[in-house]
Design a protein around this ligand. Structure first.
Ligand code: UT7
Length: 342
């Protein structure tokens, strides 16, 4: 029998990119019945960056990926796999293969993962499986979303929340293992709380006309993003602390051992409530929501990249990361950051 060895996953490098167009709360207040005061006190958001008409999600992902490759001293051809986490692809057949081509990552398999704001954490966990089993050496994980293209800009209850962006991380096979624990959860019974539904043709009583139906179907589109904010808020603050605690229980660590709490940047009040429930002080909570709003799958890797680049995250720091959102899905991962190769 061939002996089976598990390998370690090491986060080699990170990268991120946001568009240049900046929409601040004051600007939004000139076109919507809202105010900087309402938005900043209820959400913590001051501004968000949105993609230009001639830009695509692939452009953003490409910049973030190249930064991660550069920092990791890797060539695109060193990549074995690309996992592209997005819910806003510019092609419903997927974005990963387009990114593979634009990077010139000719040796990499590539596919998409759709799991909204939990997407990056879930992609990281999926990548970890391929590394642990020894299948791949270098995996590029992208979290990118352009929800500005999917929200109704006249709906003040949703459009004020979202921004566009992309984040990247490279997971590498090593002897050391940076990933201490993880869990993924889904509650599909609550999926209606946050969705972008397919717009079905309106039913008529007239005799079906196959040709007409096909023509009508081929021009169908999606509804705008809809969200029951209060329910999603309650879901996040109840499930996320429990999920992080579950991860801690599978290790010998306690909440006090967490150096950084990195949550999906949905609402500053959610970050505060979760931190409070876990008895983690706010100076250990990473937050950049003020500048980008909710960038869905991109929010965690952008914050991770910024915290690492600015020297906040250091060698051996324990980072508790949790994503949550549409699905409903939520996923947590505990990482011990290592900057020194073993
Ligand atoms: O990434 C996916 C995860 N998403 C989330 O985690 C989002 C979770 N939910 C939230 O963050 C919050 O529920 C929101 C920020 C979306 C809303 O905050 P809220 O404190 O729950 O406000 P609300 O929906 O209860 O609305 C309070 C009032 C309402 O007016 P009335 O009915 O009290 O007269 C709204 O119509 O605020 C009004 N309102 C606004 N007013 C000014 C709602 N949106 C706005 C706005 N500007 N943009």
């Amino acid at each position: 029998m061939i002996p089976f060895t598990m390998h370690g996953s090491h986060i080699l490098s990170t990268g991120s990119a946001v568009p240049e167009i900046c929409i601040n709360n004051d600007l939004l207040s000139t076109v919507l019945d809202t105010s900087d005061k309402w938005i900043s006190t209820r959400t913590g958001i001051k501004e968000r960056k949105i993609i230009a008409e001639n830009q695509s999600i692939i452009d953003l992902a490409n910049i973030a990926a190249n930064k991660a490759l550069h920092k990791g001293l890797l060539q695109p051809t060193d990549l074995d796999l690309i996992l592209f986490s997005t819910s806003t692809p510019h092609d419903l057949f997927g974005s990963a293969s387009k990114l593979q081509y634009s990077l010139g990552a000719t040796n990499a398999a590539a596919f998409d993962i759709t799991s909204a704001c939990s997407g990056f954490v879930i992609a990281l966990i999926v990548a970890h499986q391929f590394i642990q089993t020894g299948i791949y050496n270098n995996i590029l994980i992208i979290g990118a979303d352009t929800l500005s293209q999917w929200v109704d800009w006249s709906d003040r209850t949703t459009c004020i929340l979202f921004g566009d962006g992309a984040g990247a991380a490279i997971l590498q096979k090593k002897q050391q293992n940076d990933i201490l624990a993880f869990e993924i959860n889904t509650d599909g019974s609550e999926s209606q709380q946050l969705s972008i539904n397919y717009k079905y043709p309106t039913k008529t009583n007239s005799k079906p006309n196959i040709n007409k139906q096909f023509i009508a179907k081929s021009s169908q589109q999606y509804e705008y993003l809809t969200m029951n904010g209060k329910e999603v808020y309650k879901f996040a603050v109840s499930k996320v602390p429990y999920s992080i605690t579950n991860c801690l229980h599978t290790t010998s660590l306690k909440a006090k051992d967490i150096t950084w709490l990195l949550l999906h940047q949905a609402n500053q009040r959610i970050l505060e409530t979760v931190a409070n429930k876990l008895q983690i002080p706010m100076d250990k909570v990473l937050s950049n929501i003020e500048f980008y709003g909710n960038t869905s799958a991109a929010s965690i890797p952008i914050a991770l990249d910024e915290a690492f680049s600015t020297g906040h995250i250091c060698n051996q720091d324990v980072i508790a990361i949790a994503g949550f959102g549409a699905g409903l899905t939520w996923a947590s991962i505990l990482i011990q950051w290592s900057t020194i190769e073993q």
